[in-house]
Structures are given as structure tokens and as C-alpha cells.
Design a protein around this ligand. Structure first.
Ligand SMILES: *Cc1c(COP(=O)(O)O)cnc(C)c1O
Length: 375
């Protein structure tokens, strides 16, 4: 829609400068020698993967992590040359062939996966860069712990493969209780100890955002950071470790102002009945844009440092706010649903606390009906 103003109805503002600053602050915090992988899966947690990738690399990240083949290809097609790791599993030979062609590193969970990649590489006459994942307690991807060292060495003997890294993923690093995280680290360490020179020469990595902020011992050769890169802490007790700045705001326009009498039912189901006469504003954003319906009556919109309560059921394309205290609000006024407006900020955590979600899900829930606008 190049011929349309992206700020006509509702939009997501993204700050590459904030991403770059967050990447820089995270790099500063890393144990010497450790590198930063910017995790940009799910379209850069809704911020726009190519925008985020470029800003993070500018800020000091050295590689990128994505979930799907399509996401990897999008980055390559945009001209990005940095190493890219696919964090999810691929099992289709056709997809793996595409990885080889575009230099996207797949994650392997077994020697069987490795042999398939080896055969594909043989056909193409090229060496295939891959990484091995070890399951240390997430019970999702990765080879069994007891096979970790043996599988690593068997892969290293496959001459058409280049094993670039060995890694695992933490299940509970945002928990105040560190028992599971410590156990996972010990397990990861036990695999490394069983390798020649403790796996030196391989890129060894374990930490997500929470692990990165929690404990430098978890940094190894690289950390894989998503949420913190976008300026949000994975847990309240980790919020002061590195100075981070939110990179996103969701804003929308008021399209209509109406006055209602006391006792008037508002929106579907009349979940809200006005106790007094009220001045309502209709805002052009709804759950089809990612403003979760479960938040109905639980959030505020910001306007000129004022918090205006959202009232009644959030509908597919519109929602209502009580603008009685904002007489200056008029059709065309811009309100902020998420992010900062002057001195007030509404965070993804504020939303997720009210709808049994998590900040990750809130951020990647903004639909592509909302144009992304770089600021
Ligand atoms: C998504 C993901 C990350 C990033 O997690 P955050 O908590 O957002 O930092 C790291 N590693 C893997 C394997 C992932 O899937």
C-alpha cells in the first residue's frame, strides 16, 4: 500500500534505534568472547524481521535466529549475509535442500537428521553448515542427553557437513527458582566435558533472554536473545540487569465521539453500562488487529499523559474508550494502546498480566493489517 498513508487508521511504530541500543547494551553485558544472536522469528516478534535484523547487526549482533524456512529466506532475499540459524525442526528433504542453497543453518536433533543433510550435500557438491541441539530438559527438540557427545563426534566425521555449533534451550530461566536451570547447565556441561577440548571450536550456546540476564556462566560462546532485544524483560526480577528500551508502540485514531446518558449499555453484550453521563470515543482498532478481546474493560488508552479507560467489549475492528476526562479528544486524535506516550508507558507485561498471556505472545499477536511504521 505505498500510495496510502500508513497512519490513517491504526499502526505499529517500530524504533530501529531502540533495537540497536538494546543490542549494544546486551553486547556490553556479555561475558568476554560471547556473541549475540538476534532472534527475529515470527517477523521479529511482530516488529518486522528485516528492520530488526539490520538494527541488531548495527548494534553488535553477529548472527540471526529464525523459526521457519520462510523467515530465513525473507532475510536472505533482503540481502542479509549474516549467519542464520533455523531454531525449529525441518524434516522435509526439499526444505533442507533450500537451506543448503541459501546458507541457512538447520538445527539437527539426531544422527539420522545429519545423514540426510550429508546425502543432500553430497548431491550438490557443497558442504552443509549445521548445528546440533541437545535436550537438557526442555523435552522438545534435541538429541537425548546420553547420546550428545557421541552424536556430536559422529556428525563431525561426516565430511560434507560442517558442525558449526552445539546448543540447548532453557525451559525455566525466567523462574526465580534456579534449580531447573542449574540442572540444565550441568547437563549441557557434561556433554561438553565428554568432547575433545570441551567442544572448543564449536559455537556452544544455551541462553535465551532470561539466561543472558540471569547469569554470565550461561553465556558460553553465544546467547540467543529475543524478548530483551525488543526492550522487555522476561521476568520482573531481571528487569534492572541491562538498560532496555521498548522498540514498539501501537497507536490508533479516534473516528467518532458520542455522548451517552447514565445507564446506557455499550458494545456487544452490554458488558459495560455507564454509571453516569459519559463522553465516549470510538477508536479504529480491534481484536482482528491483535488487541485481544480478553482485555475488554481491562486496559487504558493514552492521550497527552492521560489514561482513558477502555470500556465495553473490544470488537473485531473497533473499541471504545471513556473520554469524559479528555475534552480535547476529537475525531482524528491519535491514542496509544501500547508503548509510550510522553511520560506514560503501557507495556506488553501490563496487557499479559490481565489476560493470562505472556509478553512474547502479545508482541507477536499484532496482525499484519496494522502497517509497521519505522520511527
Ligand atoms: C525463541 C527462542 C529464543 C529467544 O527467546 P527469548 O526468551 O525471546 O529471548 C532462544 N532460543 C530458542 C531456541 C528459541 O526458540
Amino acid at each position: 500500500m505505498p500510495d496510502q498513508n500508513p497512519r490513517q487508521r491504526a499502526w505499529v511504530e517500530v524504533s530501529p534505534a531502540a533495537i540497536k541500543a538494546n543490542a549494544g547494551a546486551l553486547c556490553q553485558h556479555l561475558t568476554p568472547g560471547a556473541e549475540l544472536m538476534a532472534v527475529v522469528k515470527a517477523d521479529g516478534y511482530g516488529h518486522g524481521a528485516v528492520t530488526v535484523a539490520n538494527a541488531a547487526l548495527d548494534g553488535g549482533a553477529t548472527s540471526l535466529g529464525v523459526a521457519t524456512l520462510q523467515e530465513g529466506l525473507e532475510l536472505r532475499h533482503s540481502g542479509l549475509k549474516a549467519p542464520i540459524l533455523l531454531l525449529s525442526n525441518l524434516c522435509d528433504p526439499e526444505e533442507l535442500r533450500t537451506c543448503l542453497e541459501w546458507q541457512l543453518m538447520p538445527t539437527l536433533s539426531s544422527l539420522g537428521d545429519a545423514k540426510l543433510c550429508h546425502a543432500l550435500a553430497e548431491d550438490s557438491g557443497r558442504r552443509f553448515k549445521v548445528q546440533l541441539k541437545i535436550d537438557t530438559g526442555m523435552s522438545r527438540l534435541g538429541c537425548a542427553l546420553d547420546d550428545g557427545a557421541e552424536t556430536t563426534q559422529a556428525i563431525q566425521r561426516l565430511k560434507n557437513l560442517v558442525l558449526e555449533g552445539i546448543y540447548s534451550h532453557l525451559a525455566c530461566a525466567d523462574d526465580r527458582n534456579m534449580t531447573v536451570t542449574q540442572q540444565q547447565q550441568q547437563r549441557f556441561q557434561s556433554v561438553l566435558e565428554a568432547l575433545p577440548q570441551r567442544g572448543h571450536g564449536l559455537c556452544r550456546h544455551l541462553a535465551n533472554s532470561a539466561g543472558t540476564l540471569l547469569e554470565p556462566n550461561l553465556h558460553y560462546d553465544m546467547v540467543r536473545v529475543g524478548l530483551a532485544l525488543y526492550g522487555h524483560s522476561p521476568a520482573s526480577h531481571l528487569s534492572d540487569v541491562v538498560p532496555l528500551r521498548s522498540a514498539l508502540a501501537v497507536r490508533a485514531k479516534v473516528t467518532l465521539i458520542r455522548e451517552i446518558q447514565a445507564g446506557t449499555g455499550v458494545s456487544y453484550g452490554h458488558q459495560y453500562i455507564s454509571p453516569h453521563a459519559r463522553r465516549l470515543a470510538v477508536v479504529a482498532i480491534g481484536y482482528a488487529d491483535g488487541v485481544v478481546r480478553a482485555l475488554s474493560g481491562q486496559i487504558d488508552a493514552l492521550h497527552c499523559d492521560k489514561r482513558l479507560p477502555q470500556v465495553g467489549a473490544i470488537t473485531m475492528d473497533q473499541l471504545l474508550i471513556d473520554a469524559t476526562d479528555a475534552p480535547d479528544l476529537h475525531p482524528g486524535s491519535i491514542v496509544t494502546l501500547l508503548g509510550r506516550d510522553q511520560n506514560v508507558e503501557i507495556t506488553p507485561q501490563n496487557w499479559s498480566d490481565r489476560c493470562q498471556s505472556i509478553p512474547w505472545e502479545i508482541l507477536c499477536g499484532f496482525k499484519h493489517r496494522l502497517p509497521r511504521v519505522e520511527v
